[in-house]
Design a protein around this ligand. Sequence first.
Ligand code: IMP
Length: 423
Amino acid sequence: MNLPATILVGLQWGDEGKGRVADWLAAESQIVARYAGGDNAGHTVYVGTRVYKLHLIPSGILQPGVICILGNGMVINPVNLVREIDELTTAGVDITPKRLWISSKAHIITPAHIALDKASEKARGKDAIGTTLRGIGPAYLDKTGRQGIRAGAMLDPEAFGDSLMEQVERANVQVLAAGLDPHAAAAEYVEAARRLRDYIRDTVVSINALLDAGQRALCEGAQGTMLDIDHGDYPFVTSSSSTVGGALIGLGIGAKHVDRVVGVAKAFSTRVGAGPFPTELNDEIGDRLRGTGENFWDEYGTTTGRPRRTGWLDLVVLRYACMVNGVTELVLTKLDILSEFETLKIAHHYSGVDVYDPPSDPSQIVPPTYTDYPGWMEDIGGVRQWDALPENARRYIDAIQAALGVPINTVSVGPERDQLVHR
Ligand code: IMP
């Protein structure tokens, strides 16, 4: 039986290249739905000569005719969403309420949340998480504290403005230096609410109706498994469920619809923000993996511009992420970045007592044990056939596949839409 839903998850610390994989899978879907997070995410998709940086709108919007959903599990900054809609519209992307739906149950990020995020990070001092300062944590805190404002409230912009003003006034009391202007904030948000009103609906009912009718949905994740609120290295995580379970909750669909879980992993590791990173390289190899920042695919945050930390591939993390998500296939991205390294290293386990699973207490992480793999000394950006990949590149991929027991049938060899190689 061909079931209609595919879930796409990041297997590392975010920035795995999910946007470009979503863009590929969207071509065979009628629906693309984001299920968690907010504009802390940054998905880069390169089409022709254009680079699209998406923060809230699913990457599927770049495939004509695909319906895109901002699911109930998301937290949405309406002002930034309007900006993103306008930027994409200017770039010629068709965005109308016919194909972009916002869940009435998604939660709203307000200026109060952004002020609280900044204050909380400042108060943590050297123990700061290194959040994106987009108000994500405080917005989810208000959601679970049952005092959040949902997107459905925007259907009545005036009442929405009043609720927002109250929340901003509260933040001014909680954060003495916040100095927010409740009236200005409300005016800006009411304007955004008027713009977004027609996009809001009960997406849970709509997506289930489409799935029941046999339409194919791609559930597009943000962040990655090691940033998941339950399964990542707490407390250096985001505040939502970025793993596969988050897709079911964050869209309101049942497991019976799902037949495919595509995990995305970079061919090496990166992390932005604080927290454990066992295979981190603080040397010239790490710098080489990061790139100079001149190219948009270099390792600098799409949302914050911060340089990402870089390191070798960590199979302890990947094995765990494949288990937690029940990954049925893995896409390996940025293989081209590993070209022209004499030797590549993969951490199959951590040292000492042969640790094969990430310890739940990050302070107990021990140094990795590496296995060396011979590199390939040629550019692979032009490769389109699996057999044309250098033998050592195929060996590197097959070693990962064998260690994880999960098929790897697709790799990316560059940022462009067609730079995907299928086995
Ligand atoms: P927050 O989601 O802004 O609260 O940030 C919490 C942690 O998750 C920080 O370490 C961020 O750098 C990280 N993070 C959040 N979103 C992303 C993402 O899309 N890619 C990579 N890291 C992210």
